[in-house]
Write a protein of this length. Structure first.
Length: 263
């Protein structure tokens, strides 16, 4: 069973909740901004082969945003500090949506502790001529519905995320997301020119029915990262780790095993 504890990151004096479960090579999963750091069936699948480490981003989950958090690269450096403090080596770094953007920013800076990189429908790039749904211009319920291919999955997410007891966490998380991704929308204009610096094996996984960021974005990520593989996931929208957890977890663990066999 996974266990949750509070970790104080000494470099910036910030505490976060971290959930850990499973055994094996470490896998750090950086969550999206909507479902957040909930332990999901997806993590159970991964934990069959890995020690899964699931942090809650600073400013999410009901906690207050730290004063140092202004831009997405602040979170990249924060997690690099966390990796160093926990002395994690040969980590399999996985991120979804906002977490994928953070993971990519990490990998452009320093992969000395990273063995592989998996980006699941990451934010971070702008693609000329391709538009998706803007999550900032709809109400909370519709914004959640837009993330899913299956309405039943959307209903389950709405029931949890929009529950009255989660109202404070929702509001604080929205404020942090707006600070990080409002302007420019969901991307860093400088990121694309540095993606060539990612030197670890990389898997790009994309929900085939993603309406927020259509599959063309996945192809753009694949072109930008040397040697990256692109996997399209039928039946999934913007959050395939929620909608197709078994298929995605299996693809990730197979990808990691292939990289191990090649070294």
């Amino acid at each position: 069973m996974p266990s949750t504890s509070t970790v104080a990151v000494h470099s910036c004096g910030t505490e976060i909740r971290v959930t850990r479960g499973g055994a094996g090579a470490p896998l750090l999963f950086l969550p999206d901004a909507h479902i957040g750091a909930a332990w999901l069936p997806f993590h159970d699948w991964l934990a069959e082969r890995h020690e899964v480490i699931l942090p809650e981003h600073p400013g999410y989950g009901g906690g207050d945003a730290p004063p140092w958090l202004d831009r997405i690269d602040d979170l990249a450096y924060f997690y690099l500090d966390l990796l160093g403090q926990l002395d994690l080596r040969r980590v399999h770094l996985v991120g979804a949506a906002l977490g994928g953007w953070i993971a990519a920013e990490i990998a452009t800076r320093n992969t000395s502790r990273v063995a592989t990189l998996t980006l699941i429908d990451p934010w971070g790039l702008r693609l000329a001529g391709v538009t998706g749904i803007d999550p900032f211009v709809t109400n909370d319920e519709q914004a959640l519905r837009d993330l899913f291919a299956d309405p039943k999955n959307a209903d389950a997410a709405i029931a949890r995320v929009l529950a009255p007891e989660a109202e404070d966490a929702l509001l604080k998380g929205k404020m942090v997301t707006a600070k990080l991704a409002w302007q420019p929308r969901l991307h860093d204009p400088n990121l694309a020119k540095w993606l060539h610096r990612i030197e670890v094996p990389t898997l790009i996984a994309w929900g085939q029915e993603d309406r927020l960021l259509p599959l063309a974005f996945g192809a753009a990520w694949q072109r930008a990262i040397p040697g990256a593989n692109l996997l399209a996931l039928p039946g999934a929208g913007h959050l395939p780790h929620v909608e197709t957890p078994g298929n995605l977890a299996g693809a990730i663990t197979d990808f990691i095993a292939q990289q191990r066999a090649a070294t």
